[in-house]
Design a protein around this ligand. Structure first.
Ligand SMILES: [Zn+2]
Length: 334
């Protein structure tokens, strides 16, 4: 009897949690609807009424946020594709506040859930449901009843131990309101006499729409640039994309720890990859993990000849890449 009551109790608790989560999500959905309505005005003002300085300032804030989202949240924190100095991590975590997409910790957690459960019912941005779901709806509608259970399966110890991420999470809303909204909106009014309305609509609203869609697109990009369903693969070679990295986003879902996987450009080419190279030259990052075509070929050969499980083969490849990255970082670079 007690068992039945406990069971009923846990069912109603999970139902309550789900209802609370859904009503919270509806508030967020309303926020984004209003953001987009005002954003239309913001883009109109950006192209017709804003001063040139405001346009340049808008572009530089978007670029700054873009680096925080792609280099910081995605490649550094979600996939640990390299290690970064404290000063660079400070820069990236601050840039992420400017993007205004919620705490970095949460984005990393959900991106890891997305990778771990890719193409299953537990994937919050389930690509099988189409682009609109993966890009927009998945951010609000994925409220599985066993959410807490499967979140426990995501290893976040590396991110948990980062004090900057912890601080950002702890004080996120106050940091975002001051650093990510009020300060950026105040600057054009104070320094080059932009009107307050222009500044709020362009720098406050339109900018946040762009950064929000950049953050969402990292989870849905595979549907835009990845291998299409039913695509005609090169004759006798289904793994050519893997070796040539021509479908770099499909490659990213197989080897997410490769630092050269661009979010929106192409493999090893693109703005974020260029920025990482610059940061490396400045001595701010090291241990950059990547898989050479030769190593990939060897892994495929080993899988084919010795019949070792795919996960084991990829783990071996990752270990080899980590060793190579470590060896490289020990070399003297004048
Ligand atoms: Zn990823």
């Amino acid at each position: 009897m007690t068992e039945i009551n406990e069971q009923n109790g846990s069912v109603s608790n999970s139902d309550n949690e789900k209802t609370n989560q859904l009503s919270k999500n509806w508030l967020i959905i309303l926020f984004y609807i209003y953001l987009h309505i005002f954003g239309i005005g913001g883009f109109y003002f950006l192209f017709t009424k804003a001063k040139w300085m405001t346009v340049l300032y808008f572009a530089s804030l978007v670029i700054f946020s873009y680096i925080g989202l792609t280099v910081g949240a995605h490649r550094l924190y979600a996939h640990q594709t390299f290690t970064a100095s404290t000063s660079l991590r400070f820069f990236l975590v601050t840039a992420h506040i400017l993007a205004g997409v919620g705490p970095l910790y949460d984005w990393v957690l959900w991106h890891r859930v997305h990778h771990k459960y890719h193409n299953t019912d537990k994937d919050p941005y389930d690509h099988r449901k189409g682009f609109i779901y993966a890009h927009v709806l998945g951010n609000f509608l994925s409220v599985p009843s066993d959410q807490q259970t499967y979140l426990k399966n995501i290893d976040m110890r590396d991110v948990d131990s980062d004090r900057l991420v912890w601080l950002q999470k702890r004080f996120y809303w106050i940091l975002f309101i001051v650093l990510g909204f009020l300060l950026p909106v105040r600057v054009p009014v104070m320094y080059w006499g932009e009107s307050f309305v222009n500044s709020v609509l362009v720098i406050g609203v339109a900018r946040l729409i762009i950064t929000t869609h950049i953050a969402w697109l990292v989870n849905s990009a595979l549907l835009v640039w990845g291998m299409k369903k039913g695509a005609r693969y090169p004759i006798n070679d289904n793994s050519v994309f893997f070796l040539m990295k021509s479908y770099w986003l499909n490659y990213h879902y197989i080897l997410p720890w490769d630092w050269k996987s661009e979010e929106f450009g192409s493999y090893e080419k693109g703005f974020s990859t260029f920025m990482i190279k610059m940061m490396y030259e400045m001595g701010l990052i090291k241990n950059m993990k990547t898989a050479t075509t030769e190593d990939l070929r060897e892994t495929l050969e080993e899988m084919a000849t010795s019949q070792i499980p795919i996960n084991e083969a990829f783990n071996k490849l990752k270990k080899k890449s980590e060793e190579n990255a470590c060896r490289e970082s020990l070399l003297y670079h004048p």
